[in-house]
Design a protein around this ligand. Structure first.
Ligand SMILES: [Zn+2]
Ligand SMILES: [Zn+2]
Length: 184
C-alpha cells in the first residue's frame, strides 16, 4: 500500500439561533478554498447557553462564547468557528463587537447582526452581506491563527478597515501560511 496523504486538519463551524443555513455552508466552502482546510458544519443549535446572555445589554459576552465553543470542539477538530445572529458584547472593550478570535482557544465567534446594512439606503444588501461575512471570517480566523492587528490599512487584519481589503497584506499572508504549514 502506498503512503496515504494525511487528511488536512479540520475546522468546525457551528451556527446558533437565527443564523440562516446558507451562511455556514457559504463559509465552509470559502474556508476550504482559501486555507485548504477540511471544514465540517455541526448541527445548528437554537441558542448559546443562556448563562452567557446579559439581558441588560441584550447580548452574548464574546469571551464566554469563546470558552463554550472551545469546550464543544470535537476531538478530531483543530479549530471552531461559532456564528450567532444575536449581539456580542466585549467586556475588555466595553462595547458591542462584531466578533473575536482566540489563538489559545483556537476558537472564533462572530455575529451576523448588523451585517450588510447599507448606511445610505438603510437596506440589507445580499452582496454586501457576503462580502462582510468573508471579511469578518478572515479577520477572526487570522487571530485564531496567531495574527495580531496590522497597521496596514489595506490589510484585513487592520482595525476598522475603510477601503475593501478582502485579503491579508503580504506580511500577514506569510504568517498565516507559516502557521498553517505547521498546523495543517
Ligand atoms: Zn481583531
Ligand atoms: Zn497585515
Amino acid at each position: 500500500m502506498s503512503e496515504a496523504t494525511p487528511a488536512p486538519a479540520k475546522l468546525y463551524i457551528i451556527a446558533f439561533d437565527y443564523v440562516e443555513d446558507w451562511i455556514p455552508e457559504f463559509l465552509a466552502e470559502f474556508i476550504r478554498d482559501k486555507y485548504g482546510l477540511a471544514c465540517q458544519i455541526l448541527p445548528k443549535e437554537p441558542v448559546l447557553p443562556p448563562e452567557f446572555f446579559v439581558p441588560a445589554i441584550q447580548a452574548y459576552v464574546n469571551s464566554w462564547a469563546i470558552e463554550h465553543l472551545f469546550d464543544r470542539l470535537p476531538a478530531d477538530g483543530k479549530w471552531i468557528l461559532g456564528i450567532t445572529s444575536l449581539l456580542l458584547w466585549s467586556y475588555s472593550e466595553q462595547a458591542l463587537t462584531q466578533g473575536s478570535g482566540s489563538p489559545e482557544r483556537k476558537t472564533a465567534v462572530f455575529t451576523t447582526a448588523r451585517l450588510g446594512l447599507c448606511l445610505h439606503c438603510f437596506q440589507t444588501l445580499p452582496a454586501y452581506v457576503r462580502y462582510q461575512l468573508i471579511n469578518i471570517t478572515m479577520h477572526e480566523l487570522g487571530h485564531v491563527f496567531g495574527l495580531p492587528h496590522c497597521n496596514n490599512k489595506h490589510c484585513i487584519m487592520t482595525v476598522g478597515w475603510m477601503a475593501p481589503p478582502l485579503d491579508y497584506c503580504d506580511a500577514c499572508r506569510a504568517k498565516v501560511d507559516a502557521y498553517l504549514a505547521q498546523n495543517r
